[in-house]
Design a protein around this ligand. Structure first.
Ligand code: MG
Length: 408
């Protein structure tokens, strides 16, 4: 782990890509709680322009960006003249790399912010990364670019923050294996046939974490954990056969590192994203306090048995085939993880729209992995593979719909 990236011990300047989403708004909560440590210099959002305007008025960034050029004019009219208001891909890059930020919180979904994040990495900034697709599809490229520029990549996802925290100060090359925990999602105790026909409302009932729709469906299929296995491999340079998943229903222990001498370090905390976000912003320091987060010990002490108990079981690859698909894509390497991730997006969308049953998500992803040819890894090949995977997944969804009687 490198020492630098964030150089000034004073006020850290924060830019957020995906400011109005779940991670973005929680990052702003952390910033607002610590005005002596953090200041906001850039905010980028998609189409939630009213929320973005409120955030910009409250936090006073230098650069603000929205997805559509048409939304920029009203923002410009409402904000002080010295605020640079921009849009689209240029806007994301401006917020990430031209706002004067020390730390860029990469919290957009999908591939929209790849160029902006690489721009920030080339400038040697710290990336607090919550953008799963970025690490899954282009993680090797990102880590290589960061090694060249001295940029720090600090994960925000709770499991990867756990592993990162366990690895601080440890000698490189002494990691025997990594363990990611999974809540198991709402279908953990369901029969395979029931899972296959599960309704959208069932998939959205996550036991422990509050997240967006896509992530919640991914948690139900365990694809989320599969993507996280790929992320862990990229972030920490550990191959697939040395990364394990354990189902831990209460989401209190987030990750373990097993060392070569048999010692194991784990990180435990309540399931609250402000903890890993705060860590990624404050690292290598820790924040003096986090508002309204009940300490784990207090939860145990007031008799919350679920919180006080640590149970772990192996995941069931037969009932959750998406997990196996993710391992297969990681072993295949190259653009296969990008194909997995893009095809899954299409499949999840089709499920949420009511076009395919839950059990077909894995079939659609498997079809795309079959259809898209292997290519050596580059940002260009990742983009091509992403587009082809979406086409292949759409085609697989259409083929299923054509077979379905009483198509709506
Ligand atoms: Mg996670």
């Amino acid at each position: 782990m490198k020492a630098s990236g964030v150089r000034s011990p004073g006020l850290r300047k924060i830019a957020i890509l995906g400011a109005t989403g779940s991670i973005g708004t929680q990052a702003l909560e952390v910033v607002a709680r610590h005005p002596d440590r953090f200041t906001v210099v850039g905010l980028a959002a998609g189409s939630r322009v009213a929320d973005l305007l409120q955030q910009a008025q409250r936090f006073g960034p230098r650069v603000v960006s929205c997805a559509n050029v048409a939304d920029a004019a009203p923002l410009r009219a409402a904000l002080p003249a010295e605020v640079r208001v921009t849009s689209g891909a240029t806007g994301l890059l401006a917020v990430a790399a031209e706002s004067g930020a020390d730390i860029v919180v990469a919290a957009t979904d999908g591939a929209v912010a790849f160029d902006a994040v690489f721009g920030a990495v080339e400038r040697g900034l710290r990336i607090a990364v919550a953008n799963k697709e970025l690490i899954v599809a282009a993680g090797e490229l990102l880590m290589a670019a960061a090694a060249r520029s001295g940029a720090e990549i600090v994960p925000v996802d709770s499991e990867h923050s756990a592993l990162f925290q366990c690895l601080v100060g440890e000698p490189p090359g002494r990691v025997a294996s990594l363990v990611l925990t999974a809540s198991g999602g709402p279908f953990w105790e369901w029969e395979r046939s029931a899972i296959a026909g599960a309704a959208v409302a069932d998939a959205l009932r996550h036991p422990t974490w509050q997240m967006g729709t896509k992530n919640t469906v991914d948690s139900a299929s365990l694809m989320n954990k599969g993507l996280e296995v790929i992320e862990a491999s990229r972030l920490f340079g550990v191959p697939a056969d040395r990364i394990d998943v354990l189902v831990h229903r209460t989401s209190v222990a987030h990750g373990f590192v097993v060392f070569s001498d048999g010692n194991v370090k784990a990180q435990l905390a309540p399931p609250d994203m402000r903890l890993p976000i705060g860590y990624a912003l404050a690292y290598p320091d820790r924040l003096p306090d986090q508002d309204r987060i009940e300490p784990l010990v207090a939860l145990g002490a007031r008799g919350d048995a679920a919180m006080a108990r640590l149970d772990f079981v192996r995941p069931d690859f037969a009932r959750f085939p998406c997990l196996g698909l993710a391992y297969a894509a990681l072993r295949r390497g190259g653009v296969a993880p990008a194909v997995l991730s893009a095809a899954n997006e299409i499949a999840v969308d089709a499920f949420v729209q009511g076009n395919i049953p839950f059990g077909a998500i894995a079939d659609i992803v498997a079809a795309a992995l079959e259809a898209v040819p292997a290519q050596p890894l580059s940002l260009a090949s990742v983009r091509t593979a992403d587009a082809r995977a979406r086409e292949a997944a759409h085609a697989a969804v259409e083929a299923r719909l054509a077979l379905t009687p009483n198509r709506p």
